[in-house]
Design a protein. Structure first.
Length: 154
């Protein structure tokens, strides 16, 4: 399963991957908890069963992105039936979620943006002074801004 993901990293289109998930049943006072057995440390939750399942693909993408950023090898996937035999998940529900791995692609994509001329001129001067291209600078600045925003919210 993950060998297909490796092709994605070099720019080959790979539409989706299927992940078995274990769901700890919830009730009126406790959320439904989700664990992705093939991705240790990857979990999600929701107030309803549907919400718990719907929230899981985003958790998987975030987890895979963090593994890629840390240059950590991706774990090997196992069949759903193998996970169901694990006594740790006795009484849990099971589902399969599809995750679009193209969201993790580093394939370069041309975009069109509109900026005031003075901002674009200042951006180009700054990027050149720091040995970066306009696109490289914008990408790095966007990633840094998103990281900072996430830190503030946490």
């Amino acid at each position: 399963m993950f060998s297909a993901f490796l092709f994605l990293c070099v720019g080959v289109y790979y539409p989706a991957m299927r992940f078995p998930i274990a769901i700890e049943p919830g009730n009126d006072t406790h959320a439904f908890g989700v664990v992705v057995p093939d991705l240790p440390g990857c979990f999600s939750a929701g107030d309803t069963l549907d919400e718990a399942i719907a929230n899981t693909p985003e958790a998987i993408l975030l987890h895979l992105e963090s593994l890629l950023e840390e240059d950590t090898p991706l774990p090997e996937a196992h069949p759903l039936e193998e996970h169901r035999k694990n006594p740790e998940f006795d009484g849990w529900l099971w589902a399969i979620v599809d995750v679009d791995l193209n969201a993790l692609s580093d394939k370069i994509e041309r975009v069109n943006i509109t900026l005031p001329h003075r901002v674009l001129r200042a951006l180009d001067v700054f990027a050149k002074r720091h040995g970066e291209s306009r696109s490289g600078f914008l990408a790095r600045a966007a990633l840094m801004a998103m990281r900072e925003e996430t830190k503030r919210k946490d």
